[in-house]
Design a binder for this molecule. Structure first.
Ligand SMILES: *[C@@H]1O[C@H](CO)[C@@H](O)[C@H](O)[C@H]1NC(C)=O
Ligand SMILES: *[C@@H]1O[C@H](CO)[C@@H](O)[C@H](O)[C@H]1NC(C)=O
Ligand SMILES: *[C@@H]1O[C@H](CO)[C@@H](O)[C@H](O)[C@H]1NC(C)=O
Ligand SMILES: *[C@@H]1O[C@H](CO)[C@@H](O)[C@H](O)[C@H]1NC(C)=O
Ligand SMILES: CC(=O)N[C@H]1CO[C@H](CO)[C@@H](O)[C@@H]1O
Length: 285
């Protein structure tokens, strides 16, 4: 009985390893704590499907850190279900008592990845704050949100309804954006408790607003997680199947056209699990 249990747990371990190890055979499976499933890969060109899916592993830090292609965007998690989690710096606009401003506009530009419109929100903080968002969804669009308050006691912790913090949804299909700020009074009326405006996209449920963030001198250095959606290529499933040489969905998998946008995803058939982008990567459960 004990031996059976031991054998069973060994089998589970082996299964867990084979499910987690979803890199192309012969390619590095992990960078630090991040698993790198194909179509992503690090190392030689045979390890990833095309240049957008390259992960650069920087081993200078301990543990090593994964970055998207040749950018300085850190990758925290990669899912074969068509998304990845990255860490991205926030934008700020800070004022001193002379009304001078010091700002950092965290622009965002990625051709191949979409900022998930269901799993992130644009968020702006401040009490004299108008955050503009100019983005690209195949054409340029502009939106924004504003937040005004006149005393620290008005600010509502834990809520982003426009008093100290405002949030808006991200439109479908955004591949890049630029955040910028405006204020009515250069924060002069709220300088004692709110010298800065901040703006960022952030994964739902991660950020909890608090008045204490206004006076945190390190808040502008923070990075927040963002969920990006990815797809293979720029063809629909129907087009991709007509090009079997480059068709990414392997045995026991199906092709999926995402709701919007170009490219396609692969998914293991019902009763199978694993990595649909690898030959026989989908295995019977
Ligand atoms: C790795 O990270 C270190 C420290 O963050 C940086 O100085 C170095 O340039 C990076 N190396 C590469 C190859 O990107
Ligand atoms: C957010 O923080 C407040 C305290 O500022 C706390 O009461 C609340 O439970 C927190 N909410 C979440 C979702 O963490
Ligand atoms: C909000 O949180 C800050 C810091 O935790 C606290 O000082 C302040 O009193 C809170 N405000 C309200 C209205 O609860
Ligand atoms: C699709 O991708 C190919 C190869 O990357 C490129 O040459 C082509 O212009 C793209 N087509 C569209 C409609 O974006
Ligand atoms: C990014 C992208 O492909 N967006 C498209 C989403 O769908 C609408 C309507 O079909 C298109 O107009 C967008 O270009």
């Amino acid at each position: 009985m004990v031996m059976e249990l031991a054998l069973f747990s060994l089998m589970l371990t082996v299964m867990a390893i084979s499910v987690a190890a979803q890199a192309k055979p012969g390619c590095q499976r992990q960078c630090g704590n991040v698993n790198i499933p194909y179509p992503f890969g690090t190392g030689g060109a045979e390890c990833y499907i095309d240049g957008s899916f390259l992960i650069t592993c920087n081993t200078t830090s301990d543990p090593p850190k994964a970055f998207l292609a040749t950018t300085d965007i850190q990758v925290l998690h990669i899912s074969v279900d068509g998304y990845l989690r990255i860490r991205y710096p926030i934008a700020y606009d800070c004022y001193d008592s002379l009304g001078r401003s010091r700002n950092f506009n965290a622009g965002f530009r990625l051709e191949k990845f979409f900022i998930s419109h269901t799993r992130n929100m644009f968020t702006a903080l401040g009490c004299d704050t108008y955050a503009y968002i100019e983005g690209f969804v195949g054409r340029t669009y502009s939106t924004g949100c504003m937040s005004f308050c006149y005393g620290a006691d008005e600010v509502v912790n834990g809520s982003c309804s426009g008093i100290g913090c405002c949030q808006i949804q991200i439109p479908k299909g955004v591949t890049d954006y630029e955040l910028s700020f405006d204020s009515y009074w250069s924060h002069s009326k709220v300088l004692s408790f709110n010298p800065c405006s901040y703006g960022f996209a952030v994964e739902n449920g991660v950020y909890n607003f608090s008045l204490s963030h206004f006076l945190d001198p390190d808040f502008g250095k923070k990075k927040f997680p963002i969920i990006l959606d990815w797809t293979i290529g720029n063809q629909s499933c129907r087009e991709a199947r007509m090009d079997p040489q480059n068709y990414a969905c392997k045995e026991n998998s199906a092709c999926i056209d995402p709701e919007n946008g170009s490219g396609y995803l692969c998914k293991c058939l019902h009763g199978f699990q694993g990595n649909p982008y690898l030959s026989y990567g989908c295995q019977k459960i």
